[in-house]
Design a binder for this molecule. Structure first.
Ligand code: ADP
Ligand code: MG
Length: 185
């Protein structure tokens, strides 16, 4: 029952995304990161887990470029069923990995306790911090090991009233859209 509800939500949101132009994706992403940058938690954070966006996700490329000198940016790499983390140095050292995602090539980063903030993509989030992903559970397997403050990011049209969750789903501490933060859980 949960499964089909999750699938239904993924489909609705994919349809909404198709209505957006490239410029709208970029503009909304810029607005979203403006809110994120205003958080003291972000300003203080030194080591940040981010993701290198695909075409249908909140765009992170220019945000990563902007902060990569001042902060340590970690990006996920797909290894089989799991996400591992590597430090992002510069865009020229990225290589296309599984699912067409650009991934860093440096050595693995394993000191998960040192991560200050995790910025997590999602198909949908709700105001309780629940997350809906693409359905493969990659972040569900990674996040239990990461104690850092977790921020889910998505556009406002991706927010759901109530996301069906299962015991393996990890909650976000905060969800941010282009309109600012949703109510903290
Ligand atoms: P998503 O989080 O990508 O939206 P789901 O929460 O529906 O996807 O999870 C997808 C699948 O991932 C689950 O049905 C489950 O088989 C698998 N999964 C999730 N968490 C774990 C885990 N901790 N260990 C093993 N498999 C997991
Ligand atoms: Mg999940």
């Amino acid at each position: 029952m949960n499964y089909s509800r999750k699938q239904q939500l993924r489909k609705i949101i994919a349809e909404r995304k198709r209505l957006l132009t490239e410029n709208q994706f970029i503009d909304l992403s810029e607005k979203l990161f403006f809110h994120l940058e205003s958080l003291p938690t972000f300003q203080k954070a030194k080591i940040i887990l981010l993701y290198h966006s695909l075409k249908d996700e909140v765009r992170t490329h220019s945000f990563i470029e902007k902060w990569k000198e001042e902060k340590t940016i970690l990006l996920p790499v797909v290894e089989g069923e799991n996400l591992k983390l590597r430090i992002h140095k510069d865009s020229s050292s990225l290589r296309t990995g599984a699912y067409g995602i650009e991934e860093p090539t440096g050595k693995l980063f394993t000191e998960y306790d040192k991560i200050d903030m995790a910025i997590i993509p999602g198909i949908s989030f709700d105001a309780h911090g629940n997350r809906l992903g693409r359905g493969k559970g990659y972040y569900d397997r990674l996040l239990p090991d990461i104690k850092a403050y977790k921020i889910g990011i998505c556009f406002a049209f991706q927010v759901s009233e109530d996301i069906p969750t299962e015991p393996h789903d990890t909650k976000m501490d905060l969800v941010i859209t282009e309109n600012g933060a949703l109510n903290e859980k």
